[in-house]
Ligand binder design. Structure first.
Ligand code: M6R
Length: 366
């Protein structure tokens, strides 16, 4: 059942090239130059007339929502707010009939997300679901939606659900950008073409596994770790830290790289590994100067870089390469080494990777 892998998590990490293909199959039509999503086509006016999009989710799905915020605003120029479902539902949120709420949930059973949906519906918002589990409560409770089609995710630590959620949300953003005229036809085509190449590039990124294992062995005894990223990769830093925390029980924090100087830099010493997402294009020079700041305080630097990178390689203690792609698609690649790192560290520390302590696969309590 684990398909020859030692753990479900490792199997699911390696399933990502195919899972992403399954997500865009039938939807991404490069030759025709269209994206087909029935749940969006049937409700296009709701999306196009929206004042804003509010994303509600928890955990890793919330991180996918944050990536989507950057992508929606960049491509479709629609304002987006991303909310923890648990916070959203318990304050007195301003929701109107002109809002579109996107609920993201792998399991489709998360109690807080479900309650946030019910609240949004009662205020007249249009609610769109992005779920993996077909026929789940959230899938049934939303007005329309798009499944991720990632296949069953058994490992408690979410992996392929994350990358397929980002894939669906990217398709949605591109579709809306085309419909509202915020993207040129040539840019639209470029994005479709690049998105289609992502599964092969994820497969390429997975090949760094042996190297990642040696990096994991170097840092497995750390007590604390920092994860930094900017722009589209800031949420990936949060996700990297969450993955490490939940399966290895090492304390980790994700931060926007530029926020370092507002506090966390005080933590840096030679005992602190800092994982920095430093792909080309994404404010690269700025990230390089953040790396210099860490280095001058003796922090250990592990850079997640674009293939062929020279500058970060010179500064960092280790680099892990991912293939080049459009900046807004980089989260689909930079996530991969961070998943593998957490996995290997947890295995080396002899932790229960698929069922970490205190956690359940779906959180149906409030
Ligand atoms: O099923 P959901 O996507 O609604 O679950 C949300 C979170 O409980 C989930 O992502 C959790 O944070 C994972 N264990 C993270 O790996």
């Amino acid at each position: 059942e684990k398909g020859g892998y030692e753990h479900f998590m490792l199997k699911e990490i390696h399933e990502q090239p195919n899972a992403i293909k399954d997500t865009y199959r039938g939807r991404l039509r490069v030759k025709e130059g269209i994206i087909k999503m029935a749940g969006v086509d049937d409700n296009l006016e709701r999306f196009l007339n929206a004042n804003r999009i509010i994303v509600v989710a928890c955990g890793t799905s919330w991180h996918a929502g944050l990536v989507a915020e950057y992508i929606f605003e960049d491509l479709a120029r629609i304002p987006v707010e991303v909310e923890y479902a648990s916070e959203f539902r318990y304050r007195n949120p301003v929701i109107t009939e002109k809002d579109v709420v996107i609920a993201i949930s792998q399991s489709g059973e998360t109690a807080d997300t479900l309650a946030a949906i019910k609240l949004a519906k009662s205020k007249g918002a249009f609610v769109f679901g992005v779920c993996n589990v077909v026929g789940s409560s959230i899938a049934r409770e939303t007005h329309a939606g798009a499944y991720t089609h990632a296949g069953p995710e058994i490992g408690v630590a979410s992996t392929k659900a994350f990358t397929t959620q980002i894939t669906v949300l990217t398709l949605l953003a591109l579709k809306l950008a085309k419909a509202n005229g915020n993207i040129s036809i040539s840019e639209f085509h470029k994005h479709l073409t690049e998105l289609e190449l992502i599964p092969n590039k994820v497969a390429e990124a997975l090949k760094a596994d042996d190297h990642i294992k040696t990096v994991a062995a170097t840092y497995k005894d750390a007590k604390n770790c920092l994860y930094l990223g900017r722009g589209f990769n800031f949420p990936v830093a949060l996700e990297g830290a969450l993955k490490l925390k939940e399966i290895s029980y090492i304390h980790a924090e994700g931060y926007p790289a530029a926020e370092m100087k507002h506090g966390p830099i005080a933590l840096i010493d030679d005992q602190m590994p800092v994982f920095v997402i430093a792909t080309k294009k994404g404010h690269y020079e700025k990230v390089v100067s953040n790396i210099q700041e860490i280095k001058s305080r003796s922090g250990k630097i592990i850079g997640i870089v674009t293939e062929g990178d020279e500058d970060v390689k010179e500064l960092a203690d280790h680099v892990i390469e991912v293939p080049e792609t459009l900046e807004l698609l980089t989260p689909l690649l930079t996530t991969i080494p961070l998943q593998l790192l957490s996995y290997h560290i947890a295995v080396m520390l002899d932790k229960n990777v698929d069922q970490p302590r205190n956690l359940a696969k779906s959180v149906t309590v409030e």
